[in-house]
Ligand binder design. Sequence first.
Ligand code: ATP
Length: 238
Amino acid sequence: MLEVIQLSKKYGNTLAADKIDFAVPDGKIGILLGPNGAGKSTVIKSIAGLLRYKGMIRIQGKDARSLEAKKSFAYVPELPYMYDALTVSEHLEFITRAYGVEVSENQRKELLERFELTDKQEKLGSELSKGMMQKVSICCALITKPKVILLDEPMVGLDPAAIKELKNVLAKLREDGCTILISTHMLEMVKEFWDVTFVMEKGQILGTYAKENLANEDLEELYFSVTEQGVQSGQEGR
Ligand code: ATP
């Protein structure tokens, strides 16, 4: 479970997150939506521990800043970061050692095959295309067997096969009880599998919408109705 409680973040005089509250339960996919500048990245970077903030963020009930929370959490940033001098294989090895997770050779192979990286294993970080880097970044997150995973615009730069595979992987993770939060503008890509959506604007959550409570599950319509006309019916609470 991921809980964000009264999260506030100021950059100088700009209040980028204003007492944000939301939670994604176990086995659910949450989507963070909002126009440019709404504060999504600020929320995501706060959860990922990259910013100082006011408020509380809990991962599996633990303070997100604690080592215990970090061990059960994985983050796929919007812009993948690779070590130039490490190969794809070495990236995976580095991450598994850092997290102290046991990964069998079969699990490792299967993951690389899923994302069509088997023949790229010995390529250096500096030799990868942007899409390949994104795939490696996703594999590095998945190989840690996270209980909570945060993905910032994960489909950007991926080819159709990788998008399909990522969707399959996320569906399987949800089935296994993993908590997933995705920040995206690509509503088309997530429309089939979201469970709860948080619509943000100007540093605030305008509404929290659970799919099971909505008569119309069209994410695009929901997004425009909320951001263009303010809070609509179907809202669960702020
Ligand atoms: P986008 O969809 O364009 O990525 P976003 O919803 O992720 O936008 P944020 O990047 O969180 O929005 O920005 C929220 C607000 O905080 C904006 O007004 C932005 O200008 C401001 N902001 C973000 N980062 C900084 C920073 N490092 N310094 C100053 N202001 C910032």
